[in-house]
Design a protein around this ligand. Structure first.
Ligand code: GLA
Length: 737
């Protein structure tokens, strides 16, 4: 299948598959954006936009046909700087030869190749099977400086997605200082649009924010060193009428785990510019003569089918083209984690007892969380000392792994490799391994400092010590945590001019370490974590197929967190655990059903002291685990539909539909209970109209009834569901008549 074409005049590029088109032209060596959206058959050039100068104040570009066009007004693919476009630039540089900052990048050449062109050292999307994608590489040249920028556009056969990134290549003699280089810049013609983004904080990640886009600039960003709890590297541009079920959605997701920046600018002609890239506030890069630099990728996905349509496309894309692990389509185990059960106060005997209780419930994997290594008895010490604390665990990890195995469970372990505690042997030995500038001291966060991952010796130490632990016992799972934001970001061994490279170099160092470890241990299931979901991004998912969604395990707050997360990230990436009631983070009491049903809507785990709960609750958990194991293919890999938003009302609902539409699970959660509730009906989605379905309570209905008439959702069987935040989790199956 041909995905990228060039018109007869050889000046219009058209990338298209069965869903989308992306069109731009080369006019007088400038790249002029024409269109991105639902597939158009052919671009025949009727638009010719804009035809003349828009502002007498903005400089003109003399086009061959005598029409004058101002760069300030055209839709561009790669806006330069100090050149007459006063909107946000795609690149900001200082050419060290003379200090000039004016760029003049003009079309030089292009190539079209089968497949993806990977970026060295960075996670990138890939073909599931060879040759199902094509990449257009357009090289622009600033002739006076001898600097090239290559824009990469990859289109896949199976997704309404274009992947963009760029590379800068210094072919001149002098160095070039890059102060900003976006991964993509995309201009839209004037329209009324809304912006959706995922904002949050620790324990309240990825809250859906929707707002009108007005003139001016809005920046969504992180400068915390990680993608962050506070602003997920994602945004969507939608129409005011777009809902979960219908309307246009343009989604932009960054394949990166560090400081990011999304610029949304509506100009004085009401045109919209969206840019995504590394946050230029905390970045610069010295490009020596002969050097090149790649940006991370941006995934641009279009759906005309509302937010659900967009998310479903995104989920498929992430599973097929981003997650590299061999677990990507495997069933994920039901796990038990001892963190909220014991915190760091455990011994071997307690862990054995928890394992026994977990095994009786049907748990498949036991995860030993923080506190098993060095002198780690509270959060003031131990990080960096990756050897087993034999006072706590006299039979070591091998003893625990064997104990788990005898109970028919596998065994997993928590690490926080990127950090060091001041009270640790590692810090005593290598105080210089910490990011900081010695004359200004260091600010601890959670009593810990950041290791300088820009250093090869630090990465080698981490690789060797983690490898030794993973070889020492039968360990089949790793939880990779990271529990603080950056500060005093300064790397001693780098020269003065390279200090603003540290944040990005850190992320490159992290990726190198993850590449080595995940290649060395392909059969280990890695789960990423950063105080819950502080690094829930496509960069981490490339290496680790799942993420601990949030440290907040209260099912009611989790409704919003999981709802927001599902906008971009597949269910198979979202760790969600049943914890104690009252909840440890907010003190709320909820039933075991509510806790179970919310956790069963992701990758199910249990994280509470099983030695202190009664038999009734245990019985309920046993049933949850049985149910989950039976239906996990549907939950983890089915098509996900959001039905009622916790951001818009007091009820939440979502559902999972099998690919053949013969099975579904519907999750519903009421808000505060009422003796006289409103008799609202819930309408399902994604079923077959003419198919009869039977619910687990024996009631049957046609798909068209369930989707168009809906059903009263406050009942389970024939009984009302009572109590605050009462839930139901109903299975339905197609009936053959
Ligand atoms: C972070 C994680 C938790 C737990 C603790 C351990 O906060 O998100 O799940 O592992 O660290 O210290």
């Amino acid at each position: 299948m041909t995905l990228i074409t060039l018109n007869d005049k050889k000046n219009v590029f058209h990338l298209s598959n069965q869903w989308v088109s992306y069109v731009f032209s080369v006019e007088d060596k400038q790249l002029i954006h024409k269109y991105f959206g639902k597939k158009i058959h052919t671009y025949s050039g009727g638009m010719d936009y804009p035809e003349k100068t828009r502002s007498s104040f903005s400089p003109d570009l003399p086009f061959e046909d005598e029409l004058k066009v101002s760069l300030d007004a055209v839709l561009q693919e790669f806006p330069g700087s100090n050149q007459g476009d006063y909107r946000s630039s795609g690149i900001e540089v200082v050419f060290d030869a003379h200090g000039n900052t004016n760029t003049k990048f003009e079309y030089e050449s292009h190539s079209i190749t089968k497949g993806v062109i990977p970026s060295p050292g960075l996670p990138s999307s890939f073909d599931a099977e060879k040759g199902e994608s094509e990449t257009l590489a357009i090289t622009l040249r600033d002739e006076a400086e001898q600097v090239d920028v290559t824009l990469y556009y990859t289109i896949f056969e199976d997704s309404p997605t274009i992947v963009r990134k760029c590379r800068i290549n210094n072919k001149g003699q002098a160095s070039v200082k890059i102060d900003k280089l976006v991964s993509m810049s995309l201009d839209f013609p004037a329209a009324t649009n809304e912006l959706i983004h995922l904002s949050g904080s620790w324990a309240q990640e990825r809250q859906v924010v929707r707002e009108k886009i007005n003139r001016g600039i809005k920046v969504l960003r992180s400068k915390r060193g990680s993608s962050s709890h506070n602003q997920n590297p994602f945004c969507a541009i939608v129409q005011p009428t777009t809902t979960e079920e219908s309307g246009e959605v343009y989604g932009f997701s960054f394949v990166y785990s560090g400081d990011h920046e999304t610029i949304i600018e509506k100009d004085s002609f009401d045109q919209l510019r969206i840019q995504m890239g590394i946050n230029h506030e905390t970045f610069s890069w010295v490009l020596e003569s002969g050097d090149e630099f790649y940006t991370p990728e941006v995934i641009m996905t279009f759906s005309p089918n509302g937010l659900n349509g967009f998310s479903q496309e995104m989920h498929d894309f992430v599973t097929t083209h981003i997650v590299k692990s061999s677990y990507k389509e495997k069933h994920r185990p039901v796990l038990m984690n001892n963190w909220e059960a014991t915190y760091m106060a455990f011994d071997e005997e307690t862990i054995h007892s928890l394992m026994e209780e977990g095994a009786k419930l049907g748990v498949e994997l036991f995860v030993l969380d923080d506190g098993w290594f060095g002198k780690r008895n509270d959060d003031t010490g131990g990080l960096g000392d990756w050897w087993v604390n034999e006072t706590k665990l006299p039979n070591g990890l091998k003893g625990l792994a064997t104990y788990a195995k005898n109970l028919n469970m596998s065994f997993g372990l928590w690490f926080e490799p990127e950090m060091v505690s001041p009270k640790s042997d590692l810090y005593k030995k290598h105080p210089d391994w910490v990011l900081h500038y010695e004359k200004k001291g260091m600010s601890p966060a959670r009593n810990q400092y950041m290791l300088d991952l820009t250093r090869q010796d630090v990465r080698d130490y981490l690789y060797t010590s983690i490898e030794a632990i993973l070889m020492s016992a039968d360990i089949s799972y790793v939880k990779w945590d990271m529990n603080r934001n950056f500060s005093e970001t300064y790397a001693k061994q780098l020269s003065t001019s390279k200090q603003k490279e540290v944040s990005h170099r850190y992320v490159l160092g992290l990726y190198e370490l993850l590449e080595r470890l995940t290649t060395r241990f392909p059969d280990i299931l890695f789960e990423s974590c950063s105080g819950g979901g502080g690094r829930f991004d496509l960069g981490m998912l490339y290496y680790m197929p799942q993420t601990w969604t949030s440290d907040n395990t209260d099912p009611v707050e989790r409704l919003r967190i999981q709802y927001g997360t599902s906008l971009v990230y597949p269910i198979s990436t979202m760790g969600s655990h049943v914890s104690a009631s009252p909840n440890h983070q907010n003190g709320r009491m909820t039933s075991i059903d509510t806790r179970g049903h919310v956790a069963m809507s992701g990758l199910l785990g249990y994280e509470l002291d099983l030695l202190r709960i009664d038999e009734d609750e245990k019985e309920a958990m046993r049933k949850q685990i049985d149910f989950y194991k039976k239906h996990r293919d549907l939950i983890q890999y089915g098509t996900f539909y959001r039905l009622l938003s916790p951001f818009e009302g007091d009820q939440t609902a979502w559902m999972f539909v099998s690919k053949d539409k013969q099975e579904a699970i519907v999750f519903y959660c009421n808000g505060l209970a009422s003796a006289a509730p409103s008799l609202k009906k819930l309408k399902l989605q994604g079923l077959l109209e003419n198919q009869k379905y039977v619910f687990d309570n024996g009631v049957s209905s046609y798909g068209s009834e369930l989707m168009n008439m809906g059903f009263y959702s406050l009942t389970k069987g024939h009984q009302d569901i009572l109590g605050d935040f009462a839930t139901s989790f109903s299975y339905l199956k197609g009936l053959s008549e």
